[in-house]
Each structure stands twice: as structure tokens, then as C-alpha cells.
Design a protein around this ligand. Structure first.
Ligand SMILES: [Zn+2]
Length: 196
């Protein structure tokens, strides 16, 4: 990471996990609630996400097929991050490998020492799938954790030295949990002490 990391929440999307691949599942918000919120509702949403993720320098053309692929990739990554095993995980692995087998975007080194990706939205999704393959196939996979907030389902790669990161975002879920704990303790302290 460089010293000028972009903010973790950008353009209505969350990029808290430490890799674009692990951040893709965040595009289905409140996924365990009765009313999840789809952030990739139309192709333009995916185009925006690809720009926000830093994968596309300019807004790419996105087809309905790309959108379907992105959602399939997203759910495969979410399932694999959960490491549950079983048939669902097997299906997710196959989906991921299928998408990763496509033609990826071309990385290009620019004169300023940064890299851009040249290719269609479909190619960028292949690149993203390959990033996920590399992630799940590496030691970093052991550091994938899910946010401890009971209402948050986001995954992140725990790169803390102690390996004890608990929240997808200290500024969001971490502070919310701290505030809730403070309110609980305050309530408890104003109650008359019960005799045991
Ligand atoms: Zn969280």
C-alpha cells in the first residue's frame, strides 16, 4: 500500500478488504437481511465499480452479460471466502476457475511507473477472477476474515501484525461497536445495583 491510499468507501462502494477481489462481495449489501441491497443493479453500476476499484481508467462499456458474470464472480468469491466446504464451495470454485480462464486485460506500464489495464469490462472481470484465484491459492487466504459486526458481512485480508483485526473498517464498524459497548456499559452503570 502506498501512503496515499484512496478512501475505503468511494462512489457508494466499499473497498475495505485490501484487494479488489475480496471487495467485490461488498456490492451486495446487507446480504443476510431479508432485503439485501444490490449495488450492481444495472451495467452502468458495474462500469462505475470498475473505475472506483481503480481497474479502469475510463468508464468501460458494460453489457448485461458482463453484469451477470460479475454477480456470479461475486457470489463465488463470497462463498470461497467463507471456507465452508461442501458442494456449494465446489461449485463456487468451478465458477471462479471458469471466469478466470477467459482472456484477461493487458497490463501496461506507464511512464510514471504505474500500471493501467487495457481491455473490455469482460477482460477486466477475468483479471479480477485471476486475482481471486491467486488470493485463495496463497497464504494470504488464511488471513481472510469476516467483519465481527453482527450486521456486517464484509470480508477483509487481515494484514495486521498480530493478526487480530476485527472490523472491515475501524472508522465504520469498529467505532459503531465501540459506541454500542459504551452505551451498554453506561446503561448498566445507571441501574441500581442488584444484590446477589
Ligand atoms: Zn464491517
Amino acid at each position: 500500500m502506498n501512503t496515499q491510499d484512496p478512501p475505503e468507501d468511494r462512489d457508494g462502494f466499499r473497498f475495505r478488504g485490501g484487494s479488489n477481489a475480496i471487495d467485490l462481495p461488498a456490492t451486495l449489501q446487507a446480504r443476510l437481511s431479508p432485503a439485501p441491497r444490490e449495488l450492481l443493479g444495472v451495467p452502468e453500476d458495474l462500469a462505475r465499480w470498475l473505475v472506483s476499484a481503480g481497474m479502469a481508467a475510463e468508464t468501460p462499456q458494460v453489457t448485461d452479460g458482463d453484469l451477470t458474470t460479475a454477480r456470479a464472480l461475486r457470489e463465488a468469491i463470497y462463498t470461497l471466502a467463507g471456507r465452508q466446504g461442501g458442494a456449494e464451495t465446489e461449485a463456487a470454485r468451478e465458477t471462479l476457475n471458469e471466469i478466470a480462464a477467459g482472456l484477461p486485460a493487458q497490463p501496461r506500464l506507464r511512464s510514471d511507473g504505474t500500471v493501467t489495464l487495457a481491455g473490455s469490462a469482460g477482460a477486466l472481470l477475468v483479471t479480477l477472477a485471476r486475482e481471486a484465484v491467486q488470493l485463495f491459492g496463497s497464504d494470504a487466504a488464511k488471513s481472510i476474515r469476516q467483519c465481527r459486526s453482527p450486521t456486517c458481512t464484509l470480508y477483509f485480508i487481515d494484514t495486521s501484525r498480530q493478526g487480530d483485526r476485527r472490523w472491515c473498517s475501524m472508522a465504520a464498524c469498529g467505532n459503531k461497536a465501540k459506541a454500542a459497548g459504551f452505551r451498554r456499559r453506561k446503561r448498566a452503570s445507571v441501574k441500581p445495583a442488584k444484590r446477589k
